[in-house]
Design a protein around this ligand. Sequence first.
Ligand code: UDX
Length: 447
Amino acid sequence: MRLGVFGTGYAGLVTSVGLAQLGHTVTAIDKDPDIVARLSDGRPTIYEPGLGELLTANLGAGRLRFTTRAEEAMAASDIIFLCVGTPPRADGRAELSQVEEVSCTIAPMLDGYKLIVEKSTVPARTAFWIDWTIRRLALGEREFDVASNPEFLREGSAVRDFLQPDRIVIGADTERARSLLLDLYEPSFDCPFVVTSVTTAELIKHVANTFLATKISFINLVSDLCEGLGVDVATVAKGIGLDPRIGSHFLQAGLGFGGSCLPKDLSALIKQAEDHGVDVGMLREVERINKARMDRLLAKVERALWVLRNKVIGVLGVAFKRDTDDIRGAPSLGVVPRLHGAGAILRIYDPAGARSLKALYPPDDRLGYVDSAYEAARNAHALVILTDWDEFRSLDFDRVRSLMRTPIIVDGRNLFEPAQLQTEGFEYYSLGRGDATLRREPQRVRG
Ligand code: UDX
């Protein structure tokens, strides 16, 4: 089929490449000519495993091309995917100006039936406003439908998630829209399909991310109780996760959820629920628990080091999670300035490069960026782990210990077993598992 994709960010680029990989002809539009030139040259604009190879292959096969000219995409497409950004506004609602802008752009270009499909994550009933906007601006009576086909792509596994989806959700309010999207997807996927109304499909996406966020804050609440009881939250998570009604995924306690999706989708759903008179106290608690994770980690750093001023701290990981270079909503955005402000001397390392963080916090006499975890450990009083990169799990502890001034690790992602680190001669602090310190704690005086 002939497909158009507006927006070549995380969702748009993966969707464009994925649809081309399925054999469709895809014209992707971005307003930024530099992005269009870079992508046309086969150079991805995002760090996503496997994306570069597919981009190059589909460009070479002539199934995929990038342009700044929307009219080219409209003329060459029967289905138009809206993959533009919907970032959070200050009040927590989704910012939909890019969605409106594309709606205004395509309206006068409609010539004959087109199916316009929301792929970006939008609040329920956004399709109504897209339809309303296009009808006002279209040149005369134009046939079109607006449908919803939310993406469930995780950064770091987006290509796999597109090509091997758990399910495909189709929101369509006309038979024509419904059958077009089924024609598009059914030949390529044998996963479950959820075919429903547009509004229901829009809501499914927000509710999915809100539930994932809720699950993470739940296990982090339990993690705080585990600290008090001196038990390991990872074992509790394993014990409950083996119940298929609970499931073992998204029960990893730590610094909580970041990224460009869970935080913003949670706040957008809270706002929409409030607008409909729903008591959102439970969801506000999910947000509050998550925001408090960084303070708990910083308290651990102070417990480990006492005075932070002039202490050398190696920071391992700046991305919001492994296998991405995205720092949106990452714990590093809070932890780095707080440690820097407390007078610590930071040596920061991330395998995907800390380019985005370096732009926000340029190097100075107390803040340096290094090229390996070992360089971050050199002369450090402590290592603080903020991202669950696999390479941190396989560190050579003898080498790390020999490089550090004091063998202290504060782990915000619970990558290691406390007993293992104690055996390796480290003081190990994590979240929800008791602290493996080498010091003799002051005995509590009874009486
Ligand atoms: C999420 C949803 O998973 C995806 O379906 C949706 O399309 C987009 O939003 P993403 O934001 O890329 O994907 O990352 P995800 O893997 O969901 O992790 C989100 C955050 O939760 C990360 O900061 C991660 O570190 C954290 N997390 C995840 C936990 O703290 N504990 C867990 O058990 C899992």
